[in-house]
Design a binder for this molecule. Structure first.
Ligand SMILES: Nc1ncnc2c1ncn2[C@@H]1O[C@H](COP(=O)(O)OP(=O)(O)OP(=O)(O)O)[C@@H](O)[C@H]1O
Ligand SMILES: Cc1ncsc1CCO
Ligand SMILES: [Mg+2]
Length: 266
């Protein structure tokens, strides 16, 4: 498993896949920089006149509804239709699921286009699976453990790989799940770390088209280990943000193997 995960991360560095992001205004810069640091090539594009063409040349698509509006939702639909037509992986980040009925309605519609991977925090995944959840805007009010069952159900009903992030990240398939306990609490004090995780999932899916479960695990392992290394050098969120990018860029196979805290189930 360790070998497989590292080979996916190496392939991102070697092949530098183009990752098309339709994402929110808050995190565009963070996520583009994280993709570059990890070796991928980011592009942010949402104009109706070009989204389909951009999907056609991309390795994977990431749709993040963080600062959605009516124009952008149409962009998202055009993009996911094209991804499906070309059988390309697309990742859904359901930012703020459960917070407003507009978000819920848009998510319902996006789910009908069958995302390859859904990555959200516990509140978001519980809301998507229609489990009772409290949401505080874009931040989770629940632990990831509390959303594991919801994630399993969501994976069952959508056939997507579902990732719930938090202190422990769960990557869930129909029949099994991986649990990753790398990462540091400082990561939740920087905006857009979840969005960055979803973008890296897109990069890994682009080089591991036939195995979204392994690709998602690889991306979340990279996030967590880079978070661990960055936190050792960061007194607070400001430095953490910079150290995190450097850790993504510098991560060695040795550190990856030594630091990985992965549990596979069953
Ligand atoms: N308490 C924690 N300990 C360790 N790692 C954490 C912790 N909280 C979050 N993380 C890590 O931070 C990253 C983002 O996860 P989080 O659940 O905070 O996403 P999110 O709520 O969607 O973030 P955002 O919406 O701000 O982008 C993941 O890689 C996760 O493993
Ligand atoms: C703070 C915030 N608001 C909408 S999207 C976003 C970025 C983190 O999800
Ligand atoms: Mg989020």
């Amino acid at each position: 498993m360790k070998e497989q995960l590292w080979s996916i991360l190496s392939a991102v560095r070697q092949n530098s896949p183009l990752v098309h992001n339709i994402t929110n205004y808050v995190v565009m810069n963070n996520t583009a920089n994280a993709l570059l640091a990890a070796g991928a090539s980011p592009v942010m594009a949402h104009a109706h006149s070009e989204v389909s063409d951009m999907v056609s040349i991309a390795g994977a698509l990431v749709v993040n509804i963080g600062t959605l509006d009516e124009y952008w939702v149409e962009s998202m639909k055009l993009a996911v239709k094209q991804a499906n037509a070309l059988q390309k992986a697309w990742v859904l980040d359901p930012v703020g699921a459960g917070a407003t009925s507009y978000r819920n309605n848009v998510l319902e519609e996006l789910l009908s286009y069958r995302p390859t991977v859904i990555r959200g925090n516990a509140s978001e995944i519980m809301a998507l699976a229609k489990f009772s959840s409290n949401t505080k805007g874009v931040d989770s009010t629940s632990l990831s453990e509390e959303a594991l069952e919801a994630a399993q159900q969501l994976s069952e009903t959508t056939s997507a790989v579902v990732c719930v992030s938090g202190a422990t990240d769960y990557i869930v398939n129909k029949s099994n799940y991986n649990a990753l306990s790398n990462g540091h609490v400082l990561m939740s004090r920087i905006t857009g770390m979840g969005c960055t995780a979803s973008a890296l999932v897109g990069a890994c899916c682009a080089v591991s088209a036939d195995n979204a479960f392994a690709a998602t695990t690889a991306a979340m392992a990279l996030m967590g280990i880079a978070g661990d290394i960055a936190a050792e050098k960061a007194p607070g969120p400001g430095t953490m943000q910079v150290q995190f990018l450097d850790a993504l860029y510098q991560l060695s196979e040795y550190d990856f193997r030594e630091r990985l805290k992965l549990e596979t189930n069953p």
